[in-house]
Design a protein around this ligand. Structure first.
Ligand code: HEM
Length: 581
């Protein structure tokens, strides 16, 4: 620690959660009490007393306004200047390095500038050295300030964690030291449910959701289906959706058996279709409508996000804001209808239909045992159903998209994967156990997830003062865990870290490096992705079905330009040339 005087002392007062600034405000108040702004009420009362009873209401109002303005300015100065400066000194005092704080904006403008610059320069075909293009600002900061630097989102410092052991400590969250950062209110229109909760509420929802996503449940449903063809079950649903996609592709072929299409759009539809059917079974049509509405909602929320820094923007009665609320209402009305109907059916002892919603309703009844506080409400279930789409559709779709791009760039691996698939299944429909035995396909999917993780960062915040890696952080300190950088770090993966080499996963994920958490596309610890098995099975089924029917290569119009729009996407789409086998 370079400067002991900067150690953070939180013992005087518990600051509000989520505000990294607060502990330093406490210190500031302790040493410079005269700078603490009075509350607006105190100021007004004081002003009224000084002016005496004879003062006119106008004078009183003017004085109150002046005091309020003074209070606001002081508060602003504290928020935008004193607190960030103190935090900066506290972090530097403990040996951390990082960017200099710029008033109000921090690094937001510089980050945007670097992103725009990187986005204008595609990568050479076959290069997987994607970090400088996808997160150029981070990359630069890591080069300039070492492996534990801090940056600024506005007046808040964020510490970048690139050491997999520290990442593991944060994600394993043993004594409950860390929470997710609270997201801007508007994002609740796209993402809510278990992924956003903390504490008791998170534990309750995770417990109720778990049975629906358990690997054995997916297999059990498949076996049931073999004996009973009625109803919707999960693996056959994956298979049916893939077969429909393959048939569409076959119908698009020229007489020479060739075709070109953008697989990004295809996989978006495939994964939307899969979620609609696996989640809602017989109510598939409504499920598909929800998928379409959610897609539109994501685009509109993203648009609103670009303006969200304008105070009060969200409340302006402009078309985009109005439409977001309307879409939300429509989604909720459809979901409420499906859920209430299903809840009744399950209570009447009718079949749960074995789709995700049925399993959720059943599990909810079992866990709650008719005690309201132990179970989920209908509104809770609406949030979870929305989350199936938000968490499960886009992520799996980009995994498949990058897989086809990479297998086009590396045809030798495409051939090895095809040989394996044909060896296990020939031209028959892949089954659960067979998919579990696909070693090469699994190695390929892991390598794609390593080089092109759909989720590029995880964010966490401290719930109390903690010590991590010898540094003391106050409550509300923010961390970002850049999955992408850790997945490409040569000190972890070797000199070929940015090369496509599925062989590194030949002995499984745990043997690929000596760091247990160096590969964490699905996160780690108690908040590990609930849909991991679901996504991997879906991806294996899709890839196996495609490899059985087509060979593929990149279209000459493909431009290699990975970039992030919520997930890691190919900036100019993924046009692929297919050849019927
Ligand atoms: C390739 C596909 C997928 C990837 C890469 C992925 C990645 C992730 C990651 C990184 C997290 C942790 C987020 C955080 O802690 O901030 C997460 C959480 C979650 N994912 Fe996935 N996911 C995928 C597919 C799915 C699918 C198909 C579903 C469901 C249908 C799903 C449902 C969830 C849920 C419910 C959580 C929240 C878990 C919790 O907070 O307890 N995911 N996922």
């Amino acid at each position: 620690m370079a400067d002991g005087a900067e150690a953070i002392d939180l013992r005087e007062k518990r600051p509000a959660q989520g505000d990294l600034a607060t502990p330093l405000i406490v210190r500031l108040a302790h040493t410079h009490r005269r700078l603490s702004p009075p509350t607006a009420k105190e100021s007004c009362t004081g002003a009224a007393l000084m002016l005496g009873e004879a003062a006119s209401p106008w004078i009183l109002a003017g004085a109150a306004a002046a005091v309020a303005l003074l209070w606001l300015c002081t508060w602003m100065l504290q928020w935008a200047w004193w607190t960030p400066r103190r935090l900066e000194r506290a972090l530097r005092g403990q040996g951390l390095r990082g960017t200099r704080y710029r008033l109000f904006i921090g690094d937001v403008a510089e980050n945007g500038r670097r992103n725009r610059e990187a986005a204008s320069r595609p990568l050479p075909l076959g290069s997987h050295d994607v970090v400088p293009r996808v997160i150029p600002f981070f990359c630069n900061v890591l080069k300039e300030h070492g492996k534990l630097p801090f940056i600024w989102t506005g007046p808040k410092p964020i510490v970048i964690i690139t050491d997999p052991d520290l990442a593991r400590e944060i994600l394993s969250n043993k004594p409950g030291n860390f929470a997710k950062q609270t997201t801007a209110g508007i994002s609740r229109f796209v993402i809510g449910g278990v992924v956003t909760y903390e504490g008791e509420k998170w534990a309750k929802h995770r417990r109720i959701l778990n049975p629906a996503f358990h690997q054995e449940k997916i297999k059990e449903q498949y076996l049931k289906m073999l004996h009973n063809m009625s109803g919707m079950r999960m693996l056959p649903v994956f298979s049916a959706c893939c077969t429909e996609m393959i048939t569409r592709w076959e119908n698009s072929m020229s007489s020479e058996g060739l075709s070109e299409l953008d697989v990004r759009d295809e996989f978006q539809n495939l994964t939307g279709d899969v979620i609609s059917r696996t989640a809602f079974g017989s109510s598939y049509q409504e499920g598909w409508r929800i998928f379409q509405l959610q897609e539109e909602q994501a685009k509109r929320v993203l648009k609103a996000f670009q303006r969200i820094f304008i105070p009060g923007y969200w409340y302006l009665p402009i078309e985009n804001n109005r439409k977001i609320r309307e879409i939300d209402q429509e989604i909720r009305t459809i979901l409420r209808g499906i859920i209430v109907k299903r809840d009744k059916a399950v209570r009447n002892g009718e079949s749960s239909n074995d789709d995700l919603l049925g399993l959720l309703v059943e599990s909810n009844m079992r866990q709650s045992n008719e005690r309201e506080n132990l179970g989920m409400s209908i509104e809770d279930m609406i949030e979870e159903c929305k989350l199936f789409y938000a968490a499960g559709s886009e992520t799996t779709s980009v995994l498949l998209t990058w897989t086809l791009i990479l297998l086009s760039m590396h045809p030798e691996w495409q051939e090895r994967a095809r040989e394996e698939v044909l060896h296990h299944f020939g031209r028959t429909t892949p089954d659960h156990d067979g998919l579990g035995r696909l070693k090469i396909v699994t190695m390929i999917l892991h390598e794609v997830l390593r080089l092109y993780p759909p989720v590029v960062f995880l964010q966490r915040t401290t719930r109390k003062e903690i010590e991590l890696g010898g540094i003391k952080y106050p409550e509300g300190a923010n961390f970002t865990l850049p999955i992408l950088s850790i997945h490409h770090d040569p000190s972890i993966w070797g000199q070929d870290a940015s090369e496509f080499n599925p062989e590194r996963f030949a002995n499984g994920v745990s043997k690929a490096t000596k760091f247990q958490t160096a590969f964490f596309s699905f996160a780690w610890g108690p908040r590990i992705c609930l849909g991991q098995s679901f996504a991997m099975l879906e991806a294996k089924m899709a890839l196996a079905t495609i490899l059985q029917s087509f060979s593929f290569e990149l279209s000459p119009s493909y431009t290699h330009a990975p970039h992030t729009v919520l997930t890691l996407q190919p900036q100019y789409g993924a046009p692929i040339k297919l050849k019927k086998l």
